[in-house]
Design a binder for this molecule. Structure first.
Ligand SMILES: O=C(CO)[C@H](O)[C@H](O)COP(=O)(O)O
Length: 223
């Protein structure tokens, strides 16, 4: 079993009968969705809300009952990956471009469980380029404001064309190098008109599950 799968399957053990479950996005979340589907086949009764079209498609294909964002009041547990996680469970997310829906799910979740392999655990956030979702019609003005924060934002491309999120927006990847104060940066980014959301998740994760190459898996609670 690979390290992502180890973490994902450990996290899925936390899901209980009757829960509303937030489904993350990405290659680690894939293993969680697959394991949830197995448990549903074994008789577990849950409903899930997906953080991306891709995860929704997987859930539908594998028989996980789905609900829309607007049909729920809260989420019992969300299981999602991350691009980086520091020692206080602050995260960079959005490598897969689903950060807006992922942050909405995390915000409304009673418990957010982050699943990562050991390569994602960092002393300080920022080596991974921070994804910032921006509106397409004011792209240049918004990029200018991002540059004032001392970075050279790169518009994300996919297969030679501009990448669009499930919400029709663009992603500007911003290399901060090392982020001293994630909470302050998160606020400053979201104050820029044209920024829809950014990939810093500050004190949102309750639990981090980490898979290691030697087969160990740890589960650390932060709240
Ligand atoms: O935030 C995300 C998607 O928007 C993912 O959770 C993050 O990019 C990690 O992906 P992976 O599990 O494929 O390494």
């Amino acid at each position: 079993m690979n390290t992502k799968q180890l973490a994902a399957e450990k996290a899925v053990e936390s899901i209980e009968e009757g829960m509303i479950v937030g489904l993350g996005t990405g290659s680690t979340a894939y293993f969680a969705i697959r394991r949830i589907a197995e448990r549903v086949k074994e008789g577990l009764s849950i409903r899930a809300v997906a953080s991306s079209q891709h995860s929704e498609d997987l859930a539908r294909e594998w028989g996980i009952p789905l609900v829309a964002f607007d049909e729920i009041e809260a989420i019992d547990v969300t299981i999602d990956g991350a691009d980086e996680a520091d020692g206080e469970a602050n995260l960079i997310k959005g490598g897969g471009g689903a950060l807006l829906r992922e942050k909405i799910l995390a915000h409304h979740s009673r418990r957010m469980i982050v699943i990562v392999d050991e390569s994602k655990r960092v002393e300080r956030l920022g080596a991974f380029p921070l994804p910032v979702e921006i509106v397409p019609f004011a792209e240049n003005l918004t990029l200018r404001s991002l540059k004032e924060l001392g970075v050279e934002p790169q518009l994300r491309m996919k297969e030679g064309v501009l990448f669009r999120t499930d919400n029709g927006n663009l992603i500007a990847d911003c290399r901060f190098g090392s982020i001293d104060d994630a909470a302050q940066l998160e606020r400053r980014l979201n104050l820029i008109p044209g920024v829809v959301e950014n990939g810093l998740f500050v004190r949102m994760a309750h639990t981090v599950v980490t898979g290691y190459g030697d087969g160990r898996v740890t589960m650390q609670d932060y709240m």
